[in-house]
Write a protein that binds this ligand. Structure first.
Ligand SMILES: [Zn+2]
Ligand SMILES: [Zn+2]
Length: 334
């Protein structure tokens, strides 16, 4: 199967943008999944046609593609030499123009090496008060077999001269893109390491101790360095059975009996720093919010409050004695 984009579209490399568009339209129409229901071969062709036009239909990308094609390091050539290299067409496009929707011309593909991202769950109270958590994380580390070299017989990439990038266009209008010959590493290997497959790094479990700042919230990302690698740790704050949070304020509720609400009471309520006495005034209405100042979250030097909502639980299944007492209450008109 050819990997030459011009061949995929059935046009010559000299074709004009108009001719390209026409060829693409005709082929896309013919192979469109709507016109070929349950025909995986047509669907595959349709994908390749779209991918090819995605490049050739864009003057900037076409120029880069032409450059690579002429340089003799054409990853698209269907000469079978790509057996160990590129597989899928979309893989090639990704290596050529970057992936993941980021800026495809944004420098070396390996720029992201050494930075990894993980997500960890932490308890609500740890996020609110701050603290240290220990975790065992799967992280990329230098391969121990090849010491991060990726293999042996390292040679400066002939295509990019070791820069890892190739510039196309001229002067002011030139753009840089990752070198497809070396995958942006700047070198090629005669023999790839069998452990890491040439990547130079492997996934490993590392014991990590992380300082959580007080007032951390769900989605807070901490930057830390582990074994020479930068790791971005995204925090997921677990829900708490008792507390919730609104900015620096902590929210919770206490349940009192009807008699406690009517007559007043003194309760012990949970705070971030242990239990604290809370007075319920006589005649406290259900839903009343009591503010305990300074018992919230401290963040950037400012401390919030603890807001306690009073829930009144009315009695059910009264004993005979209780029943007659409530009748007496009723007769007083309260
Ligand atoms: Zn290169
Ligand atoms: Zn290795």
């Amino acid at each position: 199967m050819t990997k030459d984009l011009y061949e995929i579209l059935g046009v010559s490399e000299k074709s004009t943008p108009d001719e390209l568009r026409k060829a693409y339209r005709t082929l896309a129409k013919k192979n469109h999944p709507d016109a070929n229901p349950d025909n995986p071969a047509a669907e595959e062709r349709f994908k390749r046609i779209s991918d090819a036009y995605d490049i050739l239909g864009n003057p900037e990308k076409r120029e880069q593609y032409d450059l690579m094609r002429k340089s003799g390091h054409n990853p698209f050539s269907g000469d079978g030499g790509g057996a160990e290299g590129f597989g899928d067409l979309s893989d090639i496009l990704r290596s050529m123009f970057g992936g993941g929707g980021g800026n495809p011309f944004d420098g070396r593909a390996s720029a992201s090496r050494g930075t990894s991202q993980v997500e960890i769950e932490i308890p609500f109270v740890t996020a609110a008060k701050g603290g240290t958590v220990q975790r065992s994380l799967r992280l990329p580390v230098a391969c121990r077999k090849c010491n991060g070299a990726g293999g042996s017989g390292r040679e400066t990439c002939a295509s990019c001269g070791g820069a890892g990038r190739i510039s196309s266009g001229q002067g002011f209008f030139s753009t840089m893109h990752p070198c497809a010959n070396c995958g942006g590493r700047g070198y090629t290997l005669k023999k790839r390491c069998s452990t890491c497959g040439g990547a130079g790094e492997i996934q490993s479990r590392e014991k990590v101790s992380l300082r959580i700042p007080s007032g951390a919230s769900d989605g807070t990302t901490l930057r830390t360095s582990i074994g020479g690698n930068t790791v971005l740790v995204r925090l997921r704050v677990k829900n708490d059975r008792f507390f919730s949070r609104k900015g620096r304020d902590i929210l919770c509720s206490v349940t009192v009996t009807a008699a406690q609400a009517v007559l007043g009471a003194s309760l012990m309520v949970r705070t971030l720093d242990g239990k604290v006495k809370l007075k319920i005034k006589p005649g406290t209405q259900p839903g009343t919010v009591l503010r305990m100042r300074g018992k919230g979250v401290t963040h950037n030097g400012v401390t919030g409050d603890l807001l306690v909502t009073v829930v009144v639980k009315l009695p059910v299944n009264l004993t005979d004695d209780q029943h007659s007492l409530w009748i007496k209450v009723k007769e007083t008109g309260s």
